[in-house]
Design a protein around this ligand. Structure first.
Ligand SMILES: [Zn+2]
Length: 255
């Protein structure tokens, strides 16, 4: 694993969330030469299908398909992602190590508590990571706020941009990324989670078939693509307004 800064880091609660919500975008950025990474907060030990070890192997396979330079899973309990001081520090430590310019977080509302909690936790960790006087290593080992004036390996870093991947929630995105070229590979990265998505007996009643998953994913990607006049896209939201220099270069046709 390299120590040069990442351009883009996608953070999510569960292994396979990034593949589902912004995998096409991650792959597209990697193809454009950017250094991309994925931070999964949990290891998937509560899953109906497969073990945490199966999921680790599958996550590595998926990462290869998406061309990411760096991927890690924290040890936050699956099904119990909580926005605690300890968890914020764990994420802040990663942000300081990887120094991403852009962070992709899950949207802050949703059905699954791990998803929306990961959003708030991620945002607050981005803030913490930038506090010059916070000694993250000491704070992790003591559980206290430890302040230091020495800049070490864990020097402060705050990402320039935070965007939210909104695919899990019904909200109008502020922009979409065209993933028409990446759609097939992105689907393959999801199918790399064989313990989850291959047709099998365990959890048959609650998991859709592979063919059904494919058509759902395609329907969603087509819907967001259609909003911007492309075939397939992934939706995002940013809290900031857009900044424009040239009105004639704004994409997406109005009429
Ligand atoms: Zn999830």
């Amino acid at each position: 694993m390299s120590t040069s800064p990442l351009d883009i880091l996608a953070l999510a609660a569960h292994r396979d969330d990034v593949e589902q919500t912004c995998g096409g975008t991650i792959l597209k950025m990697a193809k454009q030469g950017y250094r991309t990474g994925i931070l999964d907060l949990t290891q998937g030990e509560m899953g109906t299908r497969g073990s945490a070890e199966d999921r680790a192997r599958e996550a590595a396979d998926a990462a290869k398909i998406l061309g990411v330079c760096w991927r890690e899973a924290l040890d936050i309990p699956d099904g119990r992602v909580e926005n605690t001081w300890e968890n914020r520090l764990k994420v802040a430590r990663v942000l300081r190590e990887q120094k991403p310019r852009v962070v992709i977080l899950p949207y802050w509302k949703g059905r699954h508590p791990d998803h929306y909690t990961a959003s708030i936790l991620g945002y607050e960790a981005c803030f913490l990571a930038g506090l010059a006087k916070l000694d993250v290593e000491q704070a992790i080992s003591t559980g206290q706020s430890v302040f230091s004036t020495e800049a070490g390996a864990s020097s402060p870093h705050r990402p320039f941009k935070i965007v939210y991947a909104t695919l899990y929630y019904d909200v109008r995105p502020t922009f979409v990324v065209d993933i028409t070229e990446q759609f097939e590979a992105r689907l393959q990265s999801l199918m790399a989670y064989k313990s989850q998505f291959s047709d099998q007996e365990a959890g048959k009643g609650i998991f859709p078939t592979q063919a059904e998953i494919r058509s759902r994913i395609e329907a969603m990607a087509r819907f967001y693509g259609m909003l911007a006049g492309v075939t397939y896209a992934e939706p995002f939201l940013q809290k900031e307004v857009g900044l424009v220099d040239d009105l004639t270069a704004i994409p997406v046709k109005s009429i």
